[in-house]
Ligand binder design. Structure first.
Ligand code: NAD
Length: 244
């Protein structure tokens, strides 16, 4: 029996590597899914909610839009993210605003509006996508790491604050994943992405970096009743490689 028959879910960053895998997996398990991203054309889903998470009104209204479109909201996956590179000394104000806006403020806004709706229906599950760089420092990505630590901390605090409402809030913390985020970073630095992904794989004890489905399966587990006693947890998914 599927955990997701009759369940409704909102997934942000649904057009990206990990987001697309999460949407496919949730739908294959019977959930009805609202997809959010800047461009959601062509994504198979039950509701399409395009927009820019940096716009406060969009982020504030997203959970209600999903609720209205699907007739309920049982699961939220805050997956959208951006990465800015560099030490603090090379970080611009624009990098700061973008990173904080997408990686921290948007999930804060979505959670703030989703939690009362879930509470009113007897509970729900929220999964935030942090990073292994949210639980340990990483080199040359100071502000990105800080944003991922912020969403990790917010997850732990919200997990504590809303458990009594039967809302389980957890985060997944991946290491390197073979997605456009990682690959465009290689291209920007002048590397061939296939070669770079293969080389990086050699540094992972399991012998390869993650594919989006490796992360999506853990997200879907955390969203399901199989994780019914997990709350405020940060779950590392790293192939045995905990540091960057
Ligand atoms: P991705 O770039 O493939 O997908 C990210 C998605 O977020 C994109 O579709 C993008 O359009 C969307 N997004 C970004 N800014 C937005 C905005 N302002 N409004 C609406 N949507 C916006 O990246 P991914 O690797 O699939 O990343 C998914 C999550 O996983 C992110 O939170 C990322 O930080 C995290 N993560 C990724 C890796 C990795 O190695 N790829 C490692 C650890 C954590």
């Amino acid at each position: 029996m599927s955990y997701f028959q009759g369940k409704t879910a909102l997934v942000t960053g649904a057009a990206g590597g990990i987001g697309a895998a999460i949407v496919k997996r949730l739908r294959s398990e019977g959930a009805r899914v609202a997809v959010a991203d800047r461009d959601v054309a062509g994504i198979d889903a039950e509701a399409h909610l395009p927009g820019n998470l940096l716009e406060a009104a969009y982020a504030d209204g997203l959970a209600k839009a999903a609720f209205d479109a699907l007739g309920g909201l049982d699961i939220v996956v805050n997956n959208a993210g951006v990465i800015t590179r560099g030490a603090v000394t090379s970080t611009t104000d624009a990098d700061w605003d973008l990173s904080l806006g997408v990686n921290v403020q948007a999930p804060f806004r979505v959670c703030r509006s989703a939690i009362p709706m879930m509470a009113g229906r007897g509970g729900g599950a929220i999964v935030n996508v942090s990073s292994c760089w949210g639980v340990r420092p990483g080199p040359n990505h100071a502000v990105y790491c800080m944003t991922k630590a912020a969403i990790a901390s917010l997850t732990q605090c919200m997990g504590m604050d809303h458990a009594h409402q039967n809302i389980r809030i957890n985060a997944v913390c991946p290491n390197e994943v073979n997605t456009p985020m990682l690959r465009t970073g290689f291209v920007k630095r002048g590397f061939d992405p296939d070669t770079a992904v293969a080389e990086l794989g050699k540094t992972v004890p399991l012998g390869r970096i993650a594919e989006p489905e490796d992360i999506a399966d853990v997200v879907v587990f955390l969203a399901s009743d199989a994780a019914r006693y997990m709350c405020g947890s940060l779950v590392e998914v790293n192939g045995g490689k905990p540091v960057g």
